[in-house]
Design a protein around this ligand. Structure first.
Ligand code: GTP
Ligand code: SPV
Ligand code: MN
Length: 596
């Protein structure tokens, strides 16, 4: 348990409040992982999968109220409401802490309280941050083993006075004497769930959910919400971005960081297998990038995570073979189908499944007319198991970013790709990004919502200040700033068919971006930005109808103009904190659309 007085005092304080039956300090060893899994199997919460087919892997089924992030229950708690801004739920710290202390009182009765020292980023790296999560969930302990670096080495690095981010978590389901979980996923009802962040004191309190981004506090809570606020204060960036290295046939490397909203293609692009000859892609990260400007004036990115917590449905050997290989062993699955031979299955796996147990634990066949796996069913696996993991993925120095990509899921209007004319225009493109809802959040129902830089649910401070931070980073980077692009892989025709093949073929669009960076590819000016002509894209070997391509590269000025009222409302909500440079971008955009 180390010799860190402040840490020990905090753990004692939490213990007195939550009243667990005992306390265990985690060491991150395989023995500890195996012990967690044994406890979970014994509690009826985990099913061990077929050892011959998928060694050392387990399936979990969560409660139907606990299958995704809960944005309505997520808070940024700052002294002044305006510092959380218009995109975050807010309660004053005193008020929120009073409510939550009431919930935490005795909430771990009958359970063990685990103390997990973890590092986001390679242990000891100057960019890494240390967190300590207290939790009463062995499922969380096991997932944290895969998603972060856990163990005694973290405590050693912390020493007796090092800085750490306290992360308090409880599933909110105490056990009476003699009571056990008995196969019932422990969590609290929705109105008692709170995912709370106190960025002014770098503190995280989460209550009532055992699931993913609500419970693995190193991920969205620390590495995005708290880290984005730290980055704002300290002059760096924490973004919801994958990181991929692309090498062209001449051997030149391009590092790309792309921000797409949840369930909009980051894991897939991070592991893409280019379909164009001579191009190679290597994965550095699939969800989060921390970026700092180094002495050479360029922006360097690291992946603070150690694993993938990926969307299962749609993942197949056709769409994402590298993800499929990453989860062949030592993986945790949540809310997938259990097959008759004790393996996992989900919709879009591209292999048949005629019978199994669905994510609700019921007997299932495809004829039931219901999905077998939840739309937000997930896998957890160590990043080191990805066959195309980049040799630099744990390099504490990071990699220099050449290209930023924003995007979202839009069936209509938004073309396949366009490029920003300059940094400020790129910030505007990211700020106005919009996407159709996915299964990654329980409570998002609107047809289309703005998701600035894919950070709507993850920005730990006022979004106007966040945009200003982006503008200022551009000023510091000057002509060394990454080029900025916007993509949409998700266009459909009137019959509901994808217009673009996506996945590995997205390399064709990335190639155009790299050639733009090298000054080798043409672009035409449109009201929304710079775009390729059909002949500028390498479509060798691809059978795509000319009219589909035309549709994919079309700018429907009237359709964009029709969204201006929504744009004004959206910007209006930011109020006084809306940067003047953003207002200028809006005005220039309207003028280009002929609606100035
Ligand atoms: P989070 O983990 O929630 O942040 O999601 P993500 O951004 O990593 O999304 P992911 O790559 O897991 O993709 C989500 C879904 O979109 C999956 O079902 C994919 O199969 C699908 N998808 C990803 N890329 C493409 C693409 O290029 N085209 C199409 N049609 N679907 C895609
Ligand atoms: C997301 O929703 O963007 C995720 C999954 O990456 S979770 O960790 O649950 O937030
Ligand atoms: Mn994500």
């Amino acid at each position: 348990m180390g010799n860190h007085k402040k840490l020990q005092a905090w753990v004692s304080e939490v213990q007195a409040m939550c009243q667990p039956s005992d306390v265990a300090w985690c060491d991150g060893t395989k023995a500890e992982y195996d012990h967690m899994m044994q406890l979970l199997v014994d509690a009826g919460l985990a099913t061990k999968l077929n050892e011959a087919k998928r060694p050392n892997s387990y399936l979990f089924r969560s409660d139907p109220s606990d299958v995704a992030r809960v944005e309505d229950r997520t808070y940024i708690s700052t002294k002044n409401k305006v510092d959380a801004g218009p995109t975050n739920n807010w309660l004053a710290p005193d008020e929120l802490k009073t409510i939550m202390r009431g919930l935490y009182q005795g909430c771990m009765k009958g359970r063990t309280m685990y103390v997990i020292p973890f590092s986001m980023g390679p242990i000891g790296s100057p960019i890494a941050k240390i967190g300590v999560q207290v939790t009463d969930s062995p499922y969380v302990v096991a997932n944290m083993h895969l998603m972060t670096r856990v163990g005694t080495r973290v405590l050693d690095t912390l020493g007796s006075t090092g800085e750490f981010i306290p992360c308090l978590h409880s599933v909110g389901k105490p056990l009476a004497p003699g009571q056990a979980d008995n196969g019932v996923w422990p969590c609290a009802p929705i109105e008692k769930k709170y995912i709370a962040h106190f960025p002014e004191e770098n503190l995280i309190w989460s209550f009532g959910s055992g699931y993913g981004g609500n419970a693995l506090l190193g991920k969205k809570c620390l590495a995005l919400r708290i880290a984005s606020a730290m980055g704002h204060k300290e002059g760096w960036m924490a973004e919801h971005m994958l990181i991929v290295r692309l090498t062209n046939p001449a051997g030149r490397r391009f590092h790309i960081a792309a921000a797409f909203p949840s369930a909009c293609g980051k894991t897939n692009l991070a592991m893409l297998q280019p379909t164009i000859k001579g191009w190679k892609a290597e994965c550095l990260g699939d969800d989060i990038a921390w970026m700092k400007i180094k002495d050479d004036g360029r922006l360097y990115a690291i992946n603070p995570e150690a694993g993938f917590f990926g969307v299962a449905p749609g993942t197949s050997y056709n769409s994402n073979p590298m993800a499929m290989d990453s989860i062949r062993a030592n993986a945790i699955f949540t809310n997938c189908v259990l097959t008759d031979d004790n393996d996992v299955w989900w919709e879009g796996m591209d292999v048949p499944c005629t019978h199994g147990i669905d994510w609700k634990g019921k007997d299932w066949t495809p004829a039931s007319g219901q999905v077998g796996a939840h739309g937000n069913a997930r896998f957890t696996a160590p990043a080191s198991q990805c066959p195309v993991i980049c040799s630099d993925w744990e390099n504490p120095e990071g990699v220099p970013i050449d290209i930023f990509i924003f995007g979202g899921r839009r069936t209509r209007v938004m073309p396949l790709v366009h490029q920003a004319m300059n940094w400020d225009h790129g910030v505007f493109m990211g700020a106005t990004a919009a996407s159709e809802p996915t299964a990654a959040a329980l409570d998002v129902k609107s047809a289309l919502r703005r998701d600035p830089m894919a950070m709507l649910p993850f920005c730990g401070y006022n979004v106007g200040d966040y945009w200003n931070h982006w503008f200022k980073m551009g000023d510091r980077l000057g002509n060394k700033a990454p080029a900025i692009f916007y993509v949409n892989w998700f266009r459909k025709n009137d019959k509901g068919k994808w217009l673009w093949p996506g996945f590995g073929d997205n390399s064709r669009v990335l190639k155009w971006m790299c050639e733009r960076v090298e000054g080798k590819a043409d672009a035409i000016q449109t009201p929304i930005g710079l775009m390729p002509k059909p002949q500028d894209l390498d479509l060798t070997g691809l059978d795509i109808p000319a009219e589909d391509l035309q549709e994919l590269l079309k700018v429907d000025v009237n359709a964009f103009a029709g969204e201006l009222e929504d744009l004004d409302n959206y910007m209006g909500k930011v109020g006084d904190r809306l940067p003047k440079r953003m207002k200028d971008q809006v005005a220039q955009y309207k003028a280009r659309l002929g609606r100035g």
